[in-house]
Design a protein around this ligand. Sequence first.
Ligand code: NAP
Length: 327
Amino acid sequence: MEARARSDRPLVLVDAAIPDGPLTALDGLADVARFADAEELERLIAERGPRVRGLGVQLTTAVDEALLARLPALEIVADYAVGYDNVDLPAAARRGVAVTHTPDVLTDATADLTWALILAVARRLLEADRLARSGQWAGWHPRQLLGRELTGGTLAILGLGRIGEAVARRGRAFGMRVVYWSRSARPALERELEARRLELREALGVADVVSIHLPLTDETRHLLDAQRLAHMRSDAILVNTARGPIVDEEALADALEGGQLLGAGLDVHEREPDVHPRLAASPRTVLLPHVGSATVATRERMAEVVARNLRAVIGGEPPPDPVPGPG
Ligand code: NAP
């Protein structure tokens, strides 16, 4: 079949940060316009909004009612992330716009990064690195930079989904017991990993390491507040590679300063790109700039998922990776 004339072809707007290669899947089906920032997206919408059938965005683009209202022909928002809290799902549903995300392909990269944080906090890697570079290191000493043993300890997973499971499996390899708090029970996985499902308070109370793998929703926002942080042991470590607002950072800073927690490893932050100043000043934190899925291979696979969803919907097929529906 001959390709349609350029002006008739559907138009898809895709964030310029999303790798190019996989977007060739749209060749012959749609015109693709890339935008480097919010201003450029704005300009494209102003000029060609009514022609836009697909949108490929990263998690820093808020897809809200106002944006959707300006794209009357839009059929799909393909999020370049597994967490889709940047998209107003009810607004998209009202307009019949499909929303897709990138599950599975970033699970291992994010689980690895979670363990990098757990180990960095437990073994004081940043302090140790600074000492090794400082010119002040006086040599091996029996009491130098003593960290926290993990083998034989308890790892609490909050949200035993794809990434939570991958972190739990790695935890078993580190000789840890696994407990979890999550909406759905995972009986087969419980048997395989000898894991126990607990109430949140109990999971927080028994854990040496608490690792958060929940989506950001109305229910999980500030789930880890002052009261819940107080349930954690004073020698425990909190790690968050999910979404920043799940932790009340002000309360976390108080807990760390008050010695209620041993340390925290955070890849995600409540007000990105701002980092909480008291957490930044704390010797008990390891802070990363939201790099959970940042490997070359994973970012390429995420782009493939974005492309296959755009291709399917623009081609009249159901999307392969829709975000879960309500309930
Ligand atoms: P997932 O497979 O959907 O896992 C989420 C888990 O949380 C599921 O087990 C889910 O239960 C549970 N859950 C959801 N809402 C809950 C609630 N209100 N109370 C208790 N449990 C609840 O998602 P994933 O692929 O593992 O990703 C998890 C999150 O990680 C994403 O949402 C994203 O925000 C974040 N993430 C961050 C990075 C990074 O760069 N740092 C990278 C990738 C992902 P059900 O099984 O009942 O749904």
